[in-house]
Design a protein around this ligand. Structure first.
Ligand code: CO8
Length: 259
């Protein structure tokens, strides 16, 4: 497995944990760290069936983009920095496998945006979410204005972004920003447990389901429904469809082969 300066990677039983590690800045995202993430995602090991993203240490998932790196930027450089992070996060969102954010502390600014780009968010009870950018004279730049509104609704997104107010895990759960909240010591165990539940299922079907949910969201109803029908049909061209249904009919466990 490739070594990175800011990423720790652990792969076990098809579940990969990617730990973001920049301890001096509470795992803030600098451009080298984003380059490493891009490299990791671009060359994703095909054995990985679920990716879990978390932050190093007990205090922070990701405390945002690196403010010391952004402070001197001009408009053109700011746009470029924003676009780099946005492209990495879009890669996460469209990865052909599910991605779980295990949010173990501060998820602020770019950290909240990173969690929003993941498919599922699980949080530790000490997690804190927020978009503090307007307090720094900027706006969310890694697609937070888009995804926060999509996931938690426009009213919540506008309140949190305009006020720069950070919310605790219980409020994040209430507004639909996270799927579940666990005690900090249970978070990774629960993330891995969920990952294994996903891994048990037919990989191509899981991939198609993610593609459907992503693609259909922005489509008019008739196009969305037609898209799902096409993808549903494609499932019947896989060996795993026969394996899954034959196993059910013979009252046995299915052993999928990813074909
Ligand atoms: N960038 C750089 N350094 C950081 C960051 C950050 N985002 N967050 C924390 N650090 C550093 C601190 O400066 C400090 O360094 P040092 O020890 O050298 O003084 C160290 O991490 C520890 O932090 P604190 O001492 O502040 O720890 P506290 O427990 O007191 O506070 C907080 C923790 C509340 C998380 C606090 O550090 C904080 O408010 N951090 C900034 C959070 C923030 O505003 N994040 C949003 C940044 S903007 C953003 O993400 C925009 C994304 C889109 C970018 C588009 C590009 C153009």
């Amino acid at each position: 497995m490739k070594e990175y300066e800011f990423l720790k990677i652990d792969l076990a039983e098809a579940v990969c944990t990617l730990t973001i590690s920049a301890p001096k800045s509470l795992n803030a995202l600098n451009s080298n760290l984003l380059k490493e993430m891009d490299d990791f995602l671009t060359n994703l090991d095909p054995d990985i069936r679920v990716l879990i993203i978390t932050g190093d240490g007990e205090k922070s998932f990701v405390a945002g983009a690196d403010i010391s790196e952004m402070q001197p930027l001009n408009a053109e450089e700011g746009e470029r920095f924003g676009a780099i992070g946005a492209a990495v996060f879009r890669k996460i969102e469209t990865l052909p496998i599910p991605v779980i954010a295990a949010v173990n502390g501060f998820a602020l600014g770019g950290g909240c945006e990173l969690a929003l780009a993941c498919d599922i968010r699980l949080a530790a009870s000490n997690a804190k979410f927020g978009q503090p950018e307007v307090g720094l004279g900027i706006i969310p730049g890694f697609s937070g204005t888009y995804r926060l509104a999509k996931i938690a609704g426009m009213g919540v997104a506008k309140e949190l972004i305009f006020s720069a107010r950070a919310i605790k895990a219980d409020e994040a759960l209430r507004v639909g920003l996270v799927n579940a909240v666990y005690e900090p010591e249970d978070l990774m165990k629960e993330a891995v447990r969920l990952a294994h539940r996903i891994v048990k299922n037919a990989p191509i079907a899981v991939r198609y389901a993610k593609e459907c949910i992503n693609e259909e969201y922005d489509l008019p109803a008739d196009e969305a429904i037609a898209f799902e029908s096409r993808m549903f049909g494609k499932c019947f061209a896989t060996k795993d469809q026969k394996i899954g249904m034959t196993a059910f009919l013979s009252k046995q466990d299915a052993h999928f082969i990813n074909e």
